[in-house]
Write a protein that binds this ligand. Structure first.
Ligand SMILES: Cc1cc2nc3c(=O)[nH]c(=O)nc-3n(C[C@H](O)[C@H](O)[C@H](O)COP(=O)(O)OP(=O)(O)OC[C@H]3O[C@@H](n4cnc5c(N)ncnc54)[C@H](O)[C@@H]3O)c2cc1C
Length: 320
Protein backbone atom coordinates (compact mmCIF):
# COMPACT_ATOMS: atom_id res chain seq x y z
CA UNK A 1 0.00 0.00 0.00
CA UNK A 2 1.29 3.52 -0.73
CA UNK A 3 2.26 5.67 2.26
CA UNK A 4 -0.21 8.42 1.31
CA UNK A 5 -3.42 8.90 -0.64
CA UNK A 6 -1.87 12.04 -2.08
CA UNK A 7 1.47 13.82 -2.21
CA UNK A 8 1.31 17.57 -2.79
CA UNK A 9 4.43 19.26 -4.14
CA UNK A 10 4.60 22.87 -2.93
CA UNK A 11 3.45 24.39 0.37
CA UNK A 12 2.41 27.71 -1.15
CA UNK A 13 -1.22 28.75 -0.89
CA UNK A 14 -2.55 26.43 -3.60
CA UNK A 15 -0.75 23.33 -2.25
CA UNK A 16 -1.78 24.02 1.34
CA UNK A 17 -5.41 24.60 0.37
CA UNK A 18 -5.43 21.30 -1.52
CA UNK A 19 -3.86 19.46 1.42
CA UNK A 20 -6.22 21.05 3.97
CA UNK A 21 -9.31 20.05 1.93
CA UNK A 22 -8.00 16.50 1.44
CA UNK A 23 -7.20 16.09 5.14
CA UNK A 24 -10.67 17.37 6.03
CA UNK A 25 -12.13 14.76 3.65
CA UNK A 26 -10.31 12.09 5.68
CA UNK A 27 -7.50 11.45 3.20
CA UNK A 28 -3.90 10.82 4.13
CA UNK A 29 -1.86 13.63 2.54
CA UNK A 30 1.79 14.73 2.72
CA UNK A 31 3.13 18.07 1.46
CA UNK A 32 6.72 18.63 0.34
CA UNK A 33 8.36 22.03 -0.11
CA UNK A 34 11.91 22.96 -1.00
CA UNK A 35 11.77 26.10 1.16
CA UNK A 36 12.72 26.46 4.81
CA UNK A 37 9.11 27.27 5.73
CA UNK A 38 5.63 27.21 4.25
CA UNK A 39 3.97 29.96 2.21
CA UNK A 40 5.88 30.29 -1.06
CA UNK A 41 4.94 33.73 -2.37
CA UNK A 42 2.91 34.45 0.77
CA UNK A 43 6.12 35.64 2.38
CA UNK A 44 6.81 37.71 5.49
CA UNK A 45 10.23 38.46 6.94
CA UNK A 46 11.38 39.93 10.25
CA UNK A 47 14.30 42.36 10.35
CA UNK A 48 14.86 43.31 14.00
CA UNK A 49 11.53 44.67 15.28
CA UNK A 50 10.25 45.23 11.74
CA UNK A 51 7.86 42.88 9.97
CA UNK A 52 7.73 43.03 6.19
CA UNK A 53 5.60 41.25 3.60
CA UNK A 54 7.77 40.76 0.56
CA UNK A 55 5.64 38.61 -1.77
CA UNK A 56 1.89 39.24 -2.00
CA UNK A 57 1.00 42.48 -0.18
CA UNK A 58 -2.78 42.17 -0.03
CA UNK A 59 -5.63 40.28 -1.65
CA UNK A 60 -9.07 40.93 -3.03
CA UNK A 61 -12.13 38.69 -2.71
CA UNK A 62 -14.31 38.14 -5.77
CA UNK A 63 -15.87 34.70 -5.26
CA UNK A 64 -18.14 33.19 -2.58
CA UNK A 65 -15.71 30.29 -2.15
CA UNK A 66 -12.82 32.50 -1.22
CA UNK A 67 -15.10 34.76 0.83
CA UNK A 68 -15.97 31.76 3.04
CA UNK A 69 -12.27 31.19 3.77
CA UNK A 70 -11.62 34.89 4.39
CA UNK A 71 -14.65 35.12 6.71
CA UNK A 72 -13.23 32.24 8.73
CA UNK A 73 -9.82 33.96 8.96
CA UNK A 74 -11.50 37.25 9.82
CA UNK A 75 -13.61 35.69 12.59
CA UNK A 76 -10.37 34.42 14.15
CA UNK A 77 -8.63 37.80 13.84
CA UNK A 78 -6.17 36.60 11.19
CA UNK A 79 -7.20 39.04 8.44
CA UNK A 80 -8.51 42.58 8.17
CA UNK A 81 -9.33 45.13 5.51
CA UNK A 82 -6.40 47.48 4.91
CA UNK A 83 -7.93 49.92 2.41
CA UNK A 84 -10.15 50.29 -0.65
CA UNK A 85 -7.54 51.46 -3.13
CA UNK A 86 -4.21 53.21 -3.54
CA UNK A 87 -4.48 56.84 -4.58
CA UNK A 88 -8.17 56.50 -5.42
CA UNK A 89 -10.97 54.67 -3.64
CA UNK A 90 -12.33 52.09 -6.09
CA UNK A 91 -14.66 50.51 -3.49
CA UNK A 92 -12.88 47.10 -3.54
CA UNK A 93 -11.57 45.93 -0.16
CA UNK A 94 -7.84 45.11 0.01
CA UNK A 95 -7.39 42.43 2.69
CA UNK A 96 -4.17 41.63 4.55
CA UNK A 97 -2.92 39.11 7.08
CA UNK A 98 -3.10 40.90 10.45
CA UNK A 99 0.34 39.47 11.35
CA UNK A 100 1.64 39.43 7.79
CA UNK A 101 0.59 37.41 4.77
CA UNK A 102 2.68 34.38 5.71
CA UNK A 103 0.60 33.85 8.86
CA UNK A 104 -2.29 32.74 6.61
CA UNK A 105 -0.13 29.98 5.12
CA UNK A 106 0.95 28.92 8.60
CA UNK A 107 -2.70 28.75 9.63
CA UNK A 108 -3.56 26.47 6.70
CA UNK A 109 -0.54 24.25 7.40
CA UNK A 110 -1.42 23.68 11.07
CA UNK A 111 -1.85 19.96 11.81
CA UNK A 112 -0.89 18.85 8.29
CA UNK A 113 2.05 16.60 7.42
CA UNK A 114 4.22 19.28 5.78
CA UNK A 115 7.88 18.51 5.11
CA UNK A 116 9.90 21.63 4.40
CA UNK A 117 13.51 21.50 3.13
CA UNK A 118 12.35 18.72 0.78
CA UNK A 119 13.02 19.64 -2.84
CA UNK A 120 11.20 17.23 -5.15
CA UNK A 121 13.49 16.10 -7.90
CA UNK A 122 11.44 13.53 -9.85
CA UNK A 123 8.09 11.76 -9.96
CA UNK A 124 7.61 8.34 -11.57
CA UNK A 125 4.56 6.14 -12.08
CA UNK A 126 4.97 2.64 -10.66
CA UNK A 127 2.18 0.02 -10.55
CA UNK A 128 -0.65 2.57 -10.36
CA UNK A 129 1.11 4.66 -7.74
CA UNK A 130 3.45 7.66 -7.76
CA UNK A 131 7.00 7.47 -6.45
CA UNK A 132 8.31 10.92 -5.58
CA UNK A 133 12.06 11.37 -5.17
CA UNK A 134 13.59 14.28 -3.25
CA UNK A 135 17.04 15.69 -3.94
CA UNK A 136 18.51 13.91 -0.88
CA UNK A 137 17.56 10.60 -2.53
CA UNK A 138 14.62 9.83 -0.22
CA UNK A 139 11.51 8.39 -1.91
CA UNK A 140 7.82 8.52 -1.01
CA UNK A 141 4.82 6.73 -2.47
CA UNK A 142 1.24 7.86 -2.98
CA UNK A 143 -1.85 6.95 -4.99
CA UNK A 144 -2.26 10.43 -6.44
CA UNK A 145 -0.09 13.50 -7.00
CA UNK A 146 -0.66 17.27 -7.01
CA UNK A 147 2.05 19.56 -8.39
CA UNK A 148 2.01 23.29 -7.57
CA UNK A 149 5.59 24.30 -8.44
CA UNK A 150 6.05 26.71 -11.42
CA UNK A 151 4.25 25.11 -14.36
CA UNK A 152 7.19 24.15 -16.64
CA UNK A 153 8.88 22.48 -13.66
CA UNK A 154 5.73 20.61 -12.66
CA UNK A 155 5.32 19.27 -16.18
CA UNK A 156 8.98 18.29 -16.42
CA UNK A 157 8.46 16.00 -13.36
CA UNK A 158 5.72 14.01 -15.08
CA UNK A 159 6.88 14.19 -18.71
CA UNK A 160 8.46 10.73 -18.61
CA UNK A 161 5.42 9.17 -16.95
CA UNK A 162 2.80 10.69 -19.20
CA UNK A 163 4.40 11.60 -22.51
CA UNK A 164 1.59 13.57 -24.17
CA UNK A 165 1.54 16.90 -22.40
CA UNK A 166 0.18 20.23 -23.61
CA UNK A 167 3.15 21.87 -25.38
CA UNK A 168 2.15 25.39 -24.38
CA UNK A 169 2.86 24.60 -20.71
CA UNK A 170 6.55 24.12 -21.39
CA UNK A 171 6.84 27.53 -23.02
CA UNK A 172 5.06 29.24 -20.14
CA UNK A 173 7.28 31.84 -18.48
CA UNK A 174 7.03 34.09 -15.46
CA UNK A 175 7.73 37.77 -14.88
CA UNK A 176 10.47 38.39 -12.33
CA UNK A 177 10.42 40.71 -9.35
CA UNK A 178 13.37 42.16 -7.48
CA UNK A 179 12.36 43.58 -4.11
CA UNK A 180 14.04 45.88 -1.62
CA UNK A 181 13.24 45.28 2.06
CA UNK A 182 14.34 48.14 4.27
CA UNK A 183 13.97 49.29 7.85
CA UNK A 184 13.58 53.08 8.15
CA UNK A 185 14.64 55.60 10.80
CA UNK A 186 11.14 57.16 10.73
CA UNK A 187 7.89 56.82 8.79
CA UNK A 188 8.12 57.14 4.99
CA UNK A 189 6.53 59.95 3.00
CA UNK A 190 4.02 57.60 1.33
CA UNK A 191 0.45 58.91 1.38
CA UNK A 192 -2.39 57.07 3.15
CA UNK A 193 -2.98 54.11 3.20
CA UNK A 194 0.82 53.71 3.06
CA UNK A 195 1.35 52.33 -0.45
CA UNK A 196 1.47 53.26 -4.13
CA UNK A 197 0.76 50.94 -7.06
CA UNK A 198 2.87 51.51 -10.22
CA UNK A 199 4.05 55.00 -9.24
CA UNK A 200 6.63 54.87 -12.09
CA UNK A 201 7.71 52.58 -14.95
CA UNK A 202 10.40 51.08 -12.70
CA UNK A 203 8.34 50.50 -9.55
CA UNK A 204 5.41 48.07 -9.36
CA UNK A 205 4.51 48.59 -5.69
CA UNK A 206 5.93 50.38 -2.69
CA UNK A 207 4.57 49.99 0.84
CA UNK A 208 5.26 51.30 4.34
CA UNK A 209 4.52 48.39 6.70
CA UNK A 210 4.01 50.52 9.82
CA UNK A 211 1.29 52.46 7.94
CA UNK A 212 -0.11 49.16 6.69
CA UNK A 213 -0.25 48.13 10.32
CA UNK A 214 1.83 44.95 10.37
CA UNK A 215 5.13 46.37 11.66
CA UNK A 216 5.86 47.92 15.05
CA UNK A 217 8.61 50.06 13.48
CA UNK A 218 8.85 51.84 10.08
CA UNK A 219 9.82 49.45 7.29
CA UNK A 220 9.38 49.50 3.54
CA UNK A 221 9.13 47.00 0.70
CA UNK A 222 9.66 48.18 -2.87
CA UNK A 223 8.89 45.77 -5.70
CA UNK A 224 10.63 46.77 -8.92
CA UNK A 225 8.60 46.43 -12.14
CA UNK A 226 8.94 43.27 -14.27
CA UNK A 227 10.92 45.14 -16.98
CA UNK A 228 13.30 46.71 -14.43
CA UNK A 229 13.74 43.34 -12.67
CA UNK A 230 14.50 41.50 -15.91
CA UNK A 231 16.96 44.19 -17.04
CA UNK A 232 19.00 44.13 -13.80
CA UNK A 233 18.47 40.44 -12.89
CA UNK A 234 22.11 39.36 -13.28
CA UNK A 235 23.62 42.32 -11.39
CA UNK A 236 25.48 41.49 -8.16
CA UNK A 237 23.38 41.91 -5.01
CA UNK A 238 25.43 44.91 -3.74
CA UNK A 239 24.82 46.71 -7.04
CA UNK A 240 21.10 45.84 -6.91
CA UNK A 241 20.84 47.18 -3.38
CA UNK A 242 22.36 50.50 -4.51
CA UNK A 243 20.01 50.75 -7.51
CA UNK A 244 16.96 49.84 -5.39
CA UNK A 245 17.89 52.38 -2.70
CA UNK A 246 17.87 55.02 -5.46
CA UNK A 247 14.41 53.81 -6.60
CA UNK A 248 13.14 54.07 -3.00
CA UNK A 249 14.51 57.61 -2.46
CA UNK A 250 11.40 59.52 -3.67
CA UNK A 251 9.15 57.59 -1.25
CA UNK A 252 11.02 57.79 2.06
CA UNK A 253 11.08 61.55 2.68
CA UNK A 254 13.23 62.43 5.72
CA UNK A 255 13.79 58.78 6.65
CA UNK A 256 17.13 57.02 6.39
CA UNK A 257 17.43 53.37 5.39
CA UNK A 258 18.91 51.51 8.37
CA UNK A 259 19.05 47.88 7.14
CA UNK A 260 18.43 46.85 3.53
CA UNK A 261 17.97 43.40 2.05
CA UNK A 262 17.35 42.31 -1.54
CA UNK A 263 14.96 39.50 -2.49
CA UNK A 264 14.75 38.08 -6.03
CA UNK A 265 11.56 36.29 -7.17
CA UNK A 266 12.42 34.37 -10.34
CA UNK A 267 8.87 33.01 -10.69
CA UNK A 268 6.90 36.04 -9.48
CA UNK A 269 3.95 36.15 -11.90
CA UNK A 270 2.94 33.63 -14.57
CA UNK A 271 2.69 35.42 -17.92
CA UNK A 272 -0.14 33.22 -19.15
CA UNK A 273 -3.08 31.84 -17.20
CA UNK A 274 -5.38 29.04 -18.23
CA UNK A 275 -9.12 29.21 -18.04
CA UNK A 276 -9.39 25.85 -16.24
CA UNK A 277 -8.68 26.05 -12.48
CA UNK A 278 -6.29 23.06 -12.70
CA UNK A 279 -4.99 20.46 -15.19
CA UNK A 280 -5.83 16.82 -14.47
CA UNK A 281 -4.68 13.57 -16.10
CA UNK A 282 -7.27 10.98 -15.12
CA UNK A 283 -5.42 7.78 -16.07
CA UNK A 284 -2.22 8.80 -14.27
CA UNK A 285 -4.09 10.44 -11.37
CA UNK A 286 -2.00 13.60 -11.34
CA UNK A 287 -3.14 17.23 -11.09
CA UNK A 288 -1.14 20.37 -11.87
CA UNK A 289 -2.40 23.45 -9.99
CA UNK A 290 -1.31 26.92 -8.86
CA UNK A 291 -1.91 30.53 -9.75
CA UNK A 292 -1.07 29.90 -13.42
CA UNK A 293 -4.47 28.17 -13.55
CA UNK A 294 -6.65 30.12 -11.16
CA UNK A 295 -5.22 33.57 -11.96
CA UNK A 296 -1.97 35.24 -10.88
CA UNK A 297 -3.13 36.34 -7.46
CA UNK A 298 -3.88 35.02 -3.98
CA UNK A 299 -7.52 34.24 -4.77
CA UNK A 300 -6.53 32.46 -8.00
CA UNK A 301 -4.08 30.20 -6.13
CA UNK A 302 -6.77 29.45 -3.53
CA UNK A 303 -9.38 28.49 -6.15
CA UNK A 304 -6.90 26.31 -8.01
CA UNK A 305 -6.04 24.51 -4.77
CA UNK A 306 -9.74 23.84 -4.09
CA UNK A 307 -10.28 22.56 -7.64
CA UNK A 308 -7.29 20.19 -7.33
CA UNK A 309 -8.67 18.83 -4.03
CA UNK A 310 -12.06 18.13 -5.62
CA UNK A 311 -10.48 16.07 -8.41
CA UNK A 312 -8.26 14.10 -6.01
CA UNK A 313 -11.12 13.42 -3.59
CA UNK A 314 -13.15 11.95 -6.43
CA UNK A 315 -10.30 9.67 -7.57
CA UNK A 316 -9.53 8.48 -4.03
CA UNK A 317 -13.22 7.77 -3.38
CA UNK A 318 -13.40 5.68 -6.57
CA UNK A 319 -10.29 3.73 -5.54
CA UNK A 320 -11.77 2.72 -2.17
C1 LIG B 1 6.44 40.09 -5.37
C2 LIG B 1 5.06 39.53 -5.47
C3 LIG B 1 3.96 40.35 -5.17
C4 LIG B 1 2.66 39.83 -5.25
N1 LIG B 1 1.63 40.63 -4.89
C5 LIG B 1 0.38 40.12 -4.86
C6 LIG B 1 -0.68 40.89 -4.32
O1 LIG B 1 -0.48 42.00 -3.83
N2 LIG B 1 -1.93 40.34 -4.35
C7 LIG B 1 -2.18 39.08 -4.83
O2 LIG B 1 -3.34 38.64 -4.80
N3 LIG B 1 -1.17 38.31 -5.31
C8 LIG B 1 0.09 38.80 -5.32
N4 LIG B 1 1.13 38.03 -5.76
C9 LIG B 1 0.82 36.68 -6.29
C10 LIG B 1 0.55 35.66 -5.18
O3 LIG B 1 1.56 35.73 -4.22
C11 LIG B 1 0.55 34.27 -5.84
O4 LIG B 1 -0.44 34.24 -6.86
C12 LIG B 1 0.24 33.10 -4.87
O5 LIG B 1 0.85 33.27 -3.62
C13 LIG B 1 0.73 31.82 -5.56
O6 LIG B 1 0.53 30.68 -4.77
P1 LIG B 1 0.95 29.25 -5.34
O7 LIG B 1 0.68 28.26 -4.30
O8 LIG B 1 0.30 29.06 -6.69
O9 LIG B 1 2.51 29.35 -5.66
P2 LIG B 1 3.74 29.53 -4.66
O10 LIG B 1 3.37 30.39 -3.51
O11 LIG B 1 4.88 29.96 -5.50
O12 LIG B 1 3.99 28.05 -4.10
C14 LIG B 1 4.73 27.09 -4.80
C15 LIG B 1 5.59 26.35 -3.79
O13 LIG B 1 6.25 25.28 -4.46
C16 LIG B 1 7.53 25.13 -3.88
N5 LIG B 1 8.37 24.40 -4.82
C17 LIG B 1 8.77 24.80 -6.06
N6 LIG B 1 9.53 23.84 -6.63
C18 LIG B 1 9.58 22.81 -5.75
C19 LIG B 1 10.21 21.54 -5.76
N7 LIG B 1 10.93 21.11 -6.80
N8 LIG B 1 10.08 20.73 -4.67
C20 LIG B 1 9.35 21.14 -3.59
N9 LIG B 1 8.74 22.35 -3.53
C21 LIG B 1 8.85 23.17 -4.59
C22 LIG B 1 7.99 26.56 -3.61
O14 LIG B 1 9.01 26.60 -2.62
C23 LIG B 1 6.69 27.23 -3.18
O15 LIG B 1 6.56 27.25 -1.77
C24 LIG B 1 2.45 38.49 -5.67
C25 LIG B 1 3.55 37.68 -5.95
C26 LIG B 1 4.84 38.19 -5.84
C27 LIG B 1 6.01 37.29 -6.11
Amino acid sequence: MPEADCIVVGAGLSGLVTARHLAEAGLNVSVFDKGRSVGGRLATRRIGDARLDHGAQFFTVRTDRFAAQVNDWHARGLTRVWCTGFGENDGHDRWIGTDGMNSLAKDLARGLDVRVDHRVFAAARHEHNWIVTCDDGSTYESSTLVLTAPVPQSFSFIFEAIGELPREFFAEDHDRTIALLATLSCQSSLPEPGALQSPSDDVAFVVDHSMKGISAVPALTLNASPSWSEHYWEQPIEELEMLLRALAEPFIGEAQIAIAQVKKWRFATPRATWTEPCWAHHEAEVVVAGDAFGGPRVEGAFLSGVAAAEVITQWCTQRR
